[in-house]
Design a protein around this ligand. Structure first.
Ligand SMILES: C[S@@+](CC[C@H](N)C(=O)[O-])C[C@H]1O[C@@H](n2cnc3c(N)ncnc32)[C@H](O)[C@@H]1O
Length: 327
C-alpha cells in the first residue's frame, strides 16, 4: 500500500485513521526512508480508540522515529486515543467554537468495518456534516477525503461493497466527485488478505488523489492475496470502470479475461426489465409444467427462460434469444 503513493511534498502531514499498532504508518516510513524523493519530514497523526493497543502503537512510532533519524528524515507523531468519527465530524462542522479541522497531504487507512444503524451516534455525527452511510469504513473514508488538501493522496484497504449497490449510492457519488481514482487492486481470494484474523471479505486497495478530474486511464491490478503472490496489472480507460451514463455510478472492476467481453455485451443492453414490460419470477416457472408455452425460437412477445447455469454471465448473454418462453 505504501508503494502506491505518488510524489509527496517535502513535509508530509500523514493521517492513519484506525491505526491499530501502527503497521501502515510503519510501512509508509519504510517506503519513504527507502526512497525519500525529496521528503524531509513526516508529521504523523494516528487515531486509535482501543486502549489495549496504545503501548504497541507508541512503540511502533518510536521505532519509526529511529528509522527516520537514520535516513535523515524528521519524524513527529501525534497519537489520538479518540473516536475518529466523532472528533473529525465535530471539527468539520461549522460551529460557533470555531475549532479548525486538521489537514493532511497523505492518508494511509485500514478502517474498521461495521454496520452503523440509522440512529447510532456515528451515523448522527456523520449526518451533521452531510455524510450519509451505513458502514463505519465508508464514514472513515468520507471524512478522510474531506481532511485532505487538494492534490492530497489516499491509499486505503476497505471492503469492496461500496463499488456497487444502492446502500452506497451517496458514498460513491461523493467519492467520485472529490477523489480521482488512480489505481485499484483486488484480491482473487476473499479469505487470503486477512486470513490470520479469520476475515472473509472481498477487499480492495485503492489509491486516489483529491481532485475533480478523473484520469483517462487507471491501473487495475490483482493478486492472490497470499504473501509474495504475483501481481497482474492492466491499464483500463476510466470510462470502462465507471459508465458516465450510469446514474448509480457503479465501479466495475474487471477481474479475469471473460469479464471485459461480458461487460461490453452488458453495456449494450441499456434497457431495464421494467421498461420492456418484463418482471422476474423465481420458483413458480417450471419448464416441465409449461411445455405448451415453450418456443424453440424467439418470437414477438416471448421472453428468455433462464436456468441457474445461465447465471454464468457469459453463457447468459449467449443464451438470450436462443430459448424462449411465450408470455
Ligand atoms: C481494521 S483495524 C486496522 C488496524 C491497522 N490500521 C492495521 O492496518 O493493522 C481498525 C482499527 O480501528 C480502530 N477503531 C475502531 N473504531 C474506531 C474509531 N471510531 N476511532 C478510531 N479508531 C477506531 C480499531 O480499534 C482497530 O484497531
Amino acid at each position: 500500500m505504501a508503494s502506491l503513493f505518488g510524489p509527496l511534498p517535502h513535509v508530509v502531514r500523514l493521517l492513519d485513521a484506525g491505526a491499530g499498532a501502527g503497521a501502515l504508518t510503519a510501512a509508509f516510513v519504510t517506503h519513504v526512508c527507502g526512497k525519500p524523493n525529496g521528503v524531509l519530514s513526516i508529521e504523523a497523526t494516528l487515531h486509535e480508540l482501543d486502549p489495549l493497543i496504545q503501548d504497541a502503537l507508541l512503540e511502533t512510532m518510536r521505532d519509526c522515529q529511529r528509522r527516520c533519524a537514520k535516513a535523515g528524515i524528521q519524524f513527529s507523531f501525534n497519537i489520538r486515543q479518540s473516536d475518529f468519527i466523532q472528533e473529525m465530524s465535530a471539527s468539520l462542522e461549522d460551529n460557533w467554537f470555531g475549532t479548525k479541522a486538521p489537514v493532511f497531504d497523505a492518508a494511509i487507512v485500514n478502517p474498521p468495518y461495521r454496520k452503523i444503524g440509522m440512529e447510532s451516534p456515528e451515523r448522527r455525527s456523520l449526518r451533521q456534516i452531510g455524510i450519509e452511510t451505513s458502514n463505519l469504513y465508508a464514514g472513515f473514508i468520507a471524512l478522510t477525503q474531506r481532511l485532505l488538501v487538494p492534490g492530497g493522496q489516499l491509499v486505503a484497504i476497505t471492503p469492496r461493497s461500496f463499488c456497487n449497490g444502492p446502500y452506497f449510492n451517496h458514498f460513491r457519488e461523493n467519492l467520485l466527485a472529490n477523489l480521482e481514482l488512480h489505481r485499484l487492486h483486488v484480491f482473487e481470494s476473499r479469505g487470503a488478505a486477512f486470513r490470520e484474523d479469520s476475515v472473509l471479505q472481498e477487499n480492495i486497495i485503492f489509491h486516489a488523489v483529491k481532485g475533480r478530474n478523473q484520469p483517462r486511464d487507471l491501473v487495475i491490478s490483482s493478486s492472490s492475496g497470499e504473501q509474495g503472490g504475483k501481481v497482474a496489472e492492466d491499464t483500463i480507460p476510466f470510462a470502462e470502470i465507471v459508465n458516465e451514463n450510469d446514474p448509480e455510478k457503479f465501479i466495475h472492476i474487471p477481474s479475469g479475461a471473460g469479464h471485459a467481453s461480458a461487460k461490453k455485451a452488458m453495456d449494450k443492453l441499456n434497457t431495464t426489465l421494467a421498461s420492456l414490460g418484463v418482471t422476474v419470477s423465481t420458483g413458480r416457472v417450471v419448464d416441465f409444467r409449461l411445455k405448451d408455452a415453450l418456443r424453440m425460437k424467439p418470437q414477438a412477445g416471448t421472453v428468455p427462460l433462464l436456468y441457474p447455469c445461465h447465471f454464468n454471465l457469459i453463457s447468459a448473454i449467449e443464451m438470450v434469444g436462443k430459448v424462449s418462453l411465450s408470455e
